[in-house]
Design a protein around this ligand. Structure first.
Ligand SMILES: [Fe+2]
Length: 323
């Protein structure tokens, strides 16, 4: 069975007012900051109800203007330490949204949900919109949970999820531990692992195996609503497409040696059919709002999963993670 559907772009731009749109009339960066501060409680209320807000019509033309907005609006930021996607730190608190190959769709996930320390909010900013596609995809985690097969959700809640990563020291598939932990010092990595409650094991080839045990769903910290909150499909190599998956399985006889892998918390297999079910369910509820230069997309990371459509041409979308 071919399952390359997940590699195709998503096209639905908006659904039932999701994301919530705020159109501003070619407003300067300074005026946007003033607008945001004046309306902060309403914005937060909307974010809590809707999960995602798109701001359009701000004069943002560089990473510096985005940085000045976020530094003026938000107080505390999260770093990408322990992140699983390649990205570059552009400025303090500002990252490229991902350096992942442009031909591939990034499957839906909640940022750092496998880690013990995820950001509350993410704010994306479009500096250059891709010639074709490249939308930042979003899906409401409440809807995802309700659309997913109920017995599968129960199984996840009962058994929990184990995420496994094998990070090389510089040469190999996937990100290295140096990039992942933003350090070259192993003792720093150990400290991060202990702080983030990650089980770790250094190997003789200087690689490290990380094991993280998580729940898979979450009660939202302020509303108490239950949401889908995991990265199961992103950690399972089947999301890369059937062909690549088969090659990887040939290369790694033991699934625990794969760069990334996921199983139930009791060590039982999450079958390929279940992974396909996640990918199909996600696709059915995913929205792809178009990017224009100067747009901001603010999302509640617990309420909303995100991903990225493949794209053509130059694309510069930055992200900042807020505690
Ligand atoms: Fe992400």
């Amino acid at each position: 069975m071919n399952h390359n559907k997940e590699l195709k772009a998503t096209h639905v731009e908006t659904l039932n007012g999701f994301p919530y749109h705020i159109n501003l009339d070619n407003i300067s960066v300074e005026n946007f900051v003033a607008y945001y501060k004046e309306n902060e409680s309403t914005i937060n209320e909307k974010l809590e109800q809707n999960g995602a807000i798109k701001f359009r019509g701000i004069q943002i033309d560089s990473p510096s203007s985005f940085q000045s907005i976020i530094n003026d609006i938000f107080d505390e930021f999260s770093s990408y330490v322990d992140g699983n996607s390649p990205r570059i730190k552009v400025k303090d608190n500002v990252y490229t949204s991902t350096e992942y190959p442009h031909t591939q769709k990034i499957t839906m996930h909640n940022e750092l949900s496998y880690s013990g320390n995820w950001p509350n909010k993410l704010i994306f900013c479009c500096i250059i919109a891709a010639q074709k596609q490249g939308e930042t995809l979003i899906a409401d985690g409440r809807k995802v949970l309700n659309t997913m097969d109920a017995s599968f959700v129960e199984e996840i809640k009962e058994k929990g999820i184990t995420y496994i990563r094998n990070l090389h020291s510089g040469m190999g598939l996937g990100p290295s531990w140096k990039d992942t932990f933003e350090t070259e010092d192993k003792s720093e990595v150990n400290k991060h692992c202990e702080r983030l409650n990650i089980e770790y094991e250094w190997k003789s080839d200087d690689s490290i195996r990380l094991i993280q045990r998580r729940k898979g769903t979450l009660l939202h910290k302020s509303t108490g609503e239950e949401v889908w909150f995991n990265q199961i499909d992103q950690f399972h190599p089947l999301h890369l497409g059937e062909k690549l998956y088969k090659n990887l399985r040939r290369l790694y006889k033991n699934t625990h040696d794969l760069p990334m892998f996921v199983e139930f918390g009791d060590g039982t297999e999450i079958t390929e059919d279940r992974i396909k079910h996640i990918l199909d369910t996600m696709e059915a509820v995913t929205i792809a709002p178009t990017w224009n230069q100067g747009d901001l997309l603010l999302i509640d990371n617990e309420l909303v999963c995100h991903g990225r459509n493949p794209f053509e041409g130059e694309r510069k979308v930055l992200v900042s993670m807020i505690k």
